[in-house]
Design a protein around this ligand. Structure first.
Ligand code: HSE
Length: 436
């Protein structure tokens, strides 16, 4: 059977998972692909650490450039991470005419336009299945499985750390800080967790999903991001009382020519499938104009789930290389028509608002008046019978309203210092309505 040589740059957790996956299931993969994937070199700065897998020491090197230049290596796997040396090496490999498989969402979200253009110029693939939702083959689904569809909506729980924290806060009634500490102790959350909990990791992934869905590189700064750091147990409980769960949700929508991409804490109806995605799991729901709704669920991180996605890309490229196919398709294929990236201020959605208001006559009327003046209609209103000093929480949900109107209304309400005790808490609600 024909052999295709692979070079691995970065022998960390996922790198070791790729080695284990190829060792365990190499024969199966070869049978399925009609070509054998042979790991010829592994580059890492640390050649001593035990990774829990056995490799022939002769394939280990600290010289990543030598791996790229090695003529027996047909495909480069980049699992170094970050946007420094990883970017330089991906550029070097593409310029050398070698296809690259990466799990590096940050690199692609920040430098994708440059790197994908370079891949096109050199007519080689730059593949990234593992960069979004780990082991879930969502890139393959969007590119191939749903090729017949225009995509009005993509919803994703794309960060396992955040989903774990929110699930624990809800199930155990624990505060955010305590659950974050617990997640760090259990190794689910990084010691420096801001990439995850401030929403940036999910934004990188949303950026890639939107680029795939609509066929152009969506700039990262077009993605609106809010994290979960400030979510309180109080709001988790009030949301539950209203029949919602709070999830860090990536929401990608196209209406007419307008495309919006956002990541923020979102109230989702308790009965919806997305609401039942718990713990470190990820899920992506994609609607297509032909297929209707589809849902993908699985492990979004971890050594073997991520390795499964990396190997899937390697296998696809290996088959192409082995047949000497000259077909190279761009990563993002335009779907035709115009696209206009929508600012969050122009997005319309429903809101959950928790006011802190004086408990005296006429206060609700004044707040409702301001909302009404900005065209915001109240859908529900609850004043739980608990008292904090002179102020009480008042929880409202609204009907659909423009973000800009909501911002202006909240600013006016907060200026009413004679009746308002604290900044209003605002979360967006997603009801997953059919766009048609
Ligand atoms: N840190 C990510 C998460 C996994 O918590 O989901 C890697 O993308």
């Amino acid at each position: 059977m024909k052999e295709i040589g692979v070079g691995l740059l970065g022998f960390g957790t996922v790198g070791a998972g790729v080695v284990e996956g190829l060792q365990r299931n190499g024969d199966l993969i070869a049978d399925r692909c009609g070509v054998r994937i042979v790991l010829r070199k592994i580059a890492d700065l640390d050649l001593e650490r035990d990774r829990g897998v056995t490799v022939d020491r002769s394939i280990l090197t600290t010289d990543a450039s030598a791996v790229i230049a090695d003529p027996s290596i047909d495909i480069i796997i980049e699992l170094i991470g970050g946007v420094g040396i990883a970017r330089d090496l991906v550029i070097e490999a593409l310029k050398a005419g070698k296809p690259v498989v990466t799990a590096n969402k940050k690199l692609l979200a920040e430098y994708g336009a440059e790197l994908f253009a370079l891949a096109d110029e050199n007519k080689v693939d730059l593949k990234f299945e593992a960069s979004v939702a780990g082991g879930i083959p969502i890139i393959l689904a969007l590119r191939d499985g749903l090729v017949a569809n225009h995509i009005p909506n993509v919803y994703g729980i794309l960060n396992g750390t955040c989903n774990y924290i929110l699930t624990r806060m809800e199930a155990e009634g624990l505060p955010f800080d305590e659950v974050l500490q617990e997640a760090q102790d259990a190794g689910y959350a990084e010691a420096e967790p801001s990439l995850d909990i401030d929403g940036h990791d999910a934004a990188h992934k949303a950026c890639l999903l939107a680029s795939l869905a609509y066929g152009f590189p969506v700039p990262l700064d077009a993605v609106y991001v809010e994290g979960i750091r400030d979510i309180s147990g109080e709001d988790v409980d009030y949301a539950a009382g209203l029949g919602y769960r709070i999830k860090l949700l990536a929401i990608i929508k196209k209406r007419g020519t307008k495309v919006s991409v956002r990541v923020h804490p979102t109230l989702v109806p308790d009965g919806h499938m997305i609401a039942s995605v718990n713990g470190v799991f990820n899920a992506v729901m994609v609607s297509g104009d032909i297929v209707d709704d589809t849902l993908y669920y699985g492990k979004g991180a971890g050594r073997l789930p991520t390795a499964s996605a990396v190997i899937s890309d390697v296998a696809a490229v290996a088959q192409q290389v082995s047949t000497e196919s000259s077909v190279h398709l761009p990563a993002f294929i335009p779907e035709g028509g115009n696209h206009e990236l929508q600012n969050i201020e122009d997005v319309e959605c429903r809101y959950y608002l928790r006011f802190s208001l004086m408990d005296k006559p006429g206060v609700i009327g004044r707040v409702a008046q301001v909302l009404g003046d900005h065209g915001i209609s109240i859908a529900s209103l609850v004043q739980p019978s608990q008292q904090k000093d002179d102020y009480v929480p008042v929880i409202m949900t609204t009907h659909g309203a423009r973000e800009a109107s909501c911002n202006q209304a909240l600013k006016s309400i907060e200026a009413m210092s004679d009746i308002v005790g604290a900044k209003t808490i605002r979360y967006r609600i997603e009801d997953f309505e059919d766009p048609s």
